[in-house]
Design a protein around this ligand. Sequence first.
Ligand SMILES: Nc1ncnc2c1ncn2[C@@H]1O[C@H](COP(=O)(O)OP(=O)(O)OP(=O)(O)O)[C@@H](O)[C@H]1O
Ligand SMILES: O=P(O)(O)OC[C@H]1O[C@H](OP(=O)(O)OP(=O)(O)O)[C@H](O)[C@@H]1O
Ligand SMILES: O=C(O)c1cccnc1
Ligand SMILES: [Mg+2]
Length: 580
Amino acid sequence: MAAAAAGSGGANGSAHQVGAPTNPMATALLTDQYQFSMAYAYWKAGKHADRAVSTYYLLEFNTSNCRFDLYFRKNPFGGEFTVFAGLEECIKFVANFKFTEDDISFLQSVMPMCEDAFFDYLRKTDCSDVEVYSIPEGSVVFPKVPLMRVEGPVAVVQLLETPFVNLINYASLVTTNAARHRHVAGKSKVLLEFGLRRAQGPDGAISASKYCFMGGFDATSNVLAGNLFGIPLRGTHSHAYVSSYMSLDEIPDKSLKSKDGSRVCKDFVSLVTEWLQKIQLADSSCGVFGETNQSELAAFASYALAFPTNFLALVDTYDVMRSGIPNFCAVALALHDLGYKASGIRLDSGDLAYLSIEARKVFRTIEKEFNVPAFGKMIITASNDLNEETIDALNKQGHEVDAFGIGTYLVTCYSQAALGCVFKLVEINSRPRIKLSEDVAKCHDGFQVSIPCKKRCFRLYGKEGYPLVDIMMRESEPSPKAGERILCRHPFLESKRAYVVPQHVEELLLCYWPGTSNKPRVELPSLEEIRGRCMQQLEKLRPDHIRRLNPTPYKVSVSAKLYEFIHSLWLNEAPVGELQ
Ligand SMILES: Nc1ncnc2c1ncn2[C@@H]1O[C@H](COP(=O)(O)OP(=O)(O)OP(=O)(O)O)[C@@H](O)[C@H]1O
Ligand SMILES: O=P(O)(O)OC[C@H]1O[C@H](OP(=O)(O)OP(=O)(O)O)[C@H](O)[C@@H]1O
Ligand SMILES: O=C(O)c1cccnc1
Ligand SMILES: [Mg+2]
């Protein structure tokens, strides 16, 4: 498989080996058929970029060198920010882009009308003369600003459209979803991604685990993701485990060594039942705790024997307050007698605000009543169809949850199915290209219009350290400078413009794959570093851009020169209507 071989990036890239894409299905055939149709048509017309032939072709090569921008038009989830993700996988894809003989045979079978020489051309094709410029992965990004610019022979870059958009779309969508969950949960809460069983297939699940970590989750339950990316693994147990027990007699070995190893408790189960009685008779319980479910108690005691240093119990299988909580406390107190400290509970149904508050009250009461330091700080994990809205509702009601385990809504991006990234030709043979909508009248706010030509993009920061505006400029223009006033114009609405004196200027598009150019290449950072960037960028963003209700749109602008240029090209390309 092509993905198995580490690739190199032409002259400058060869010094830097890049590994294979995470998913071995990310190969040169993972594209839409029309990309091959276009590649053939370019090739037939001599526009495909074969450098090694006659002067005619060299001349033609210039005409076939193109630039595409990858961008999106609207922030997802009704928000005003997006987190960019998927770059590393794109670079790995480019590094390993090559057709195998099997690929060629298949293409020949489905494109029998194509000349053999085209397939010889494909055999020699790789991405060594492609250049990829990108915003760093984990950056906060906004509509219309290119996330990536891909340059190179038009036939090859065209083949990259579908896989690039595929690798960026879901990655950015789910990273943004994770970042939104982090924002609503707050910094102090632990966020666990539990989505593997509900995700769209293995790739959806692995991608979700990787990108939710990037977007601010602390850990995943997905073991393969832990192995592939080094993401911390966390987990509890299920209702099946609890209901698999029927009585305390089922525990064969009841002995447990104390934490310091100095003594052995021969019958841990009896110690647990003694504690349960003490809890039931305690003054503070006022007779609240009656009979608990003994099979649940057996499951908890057995789990504690297996994990005495890390005891955690799912307490909602039978009845949280009447059974799960007293049973958990009895096991936790027995462990405490032996020098261990229980971890906490998981709630997976019912009113999570109410139950977490009630559970916390019991833990605090036990701390006082039995003089067990920190028992009140037991970790309460909540799960069950959680999403941004439910976490927000819990916050408003008040709750005592320390950790949220989130699956379905997070990984399926339930409230928005796709980000809608696009890959548009902005220049060919140094000639800028623009794409208008079918109905040009609908273009008034520029929603459907692509911003033509090779651009440089900058983020301008204000006095308070917040980013104020992103600006796109023509390549020939001087870069904006800190302390120098610059006019920022809305790309399409004439009246919207502002002068900005930036305190700091950040160039957005950096070279990640230099092709045959001599440009220095930015190394791919680690997942931890990307996660750190994402957290830091979100912290730097003005809070009103991130808030859930009616967030303020971030300004995306163009220079005065680019504004004039877009509009002259627009007038050039848009047909003049005729009134009859
Ligand atoms: N205090 C709360 N405020 C708002 N939403 C809550 C609160 N507590 C729980 N929820 C949410 O309400 C929903 C409860 O759903 P539902 O009633 O179907 O579940 P359940 O009966 O408690 O559990 P099960 O999954 O076993 O059916 C879940 O989406 C949960 O996240
Ligand atoms: O609710 P999610 O956000 O998708 O989080 C993952 C869910 O998966 C598990 O149980 P599962 O739903 O498989 O079964 P259960 O709810 O019936 O226990 C877990 O108990 C959570 O409820
Ligand atoms: O470890 C857990 O508690 C877990 C893992 C996956 C799904 N639901 C829960
Ligand atoms: Mg469930």
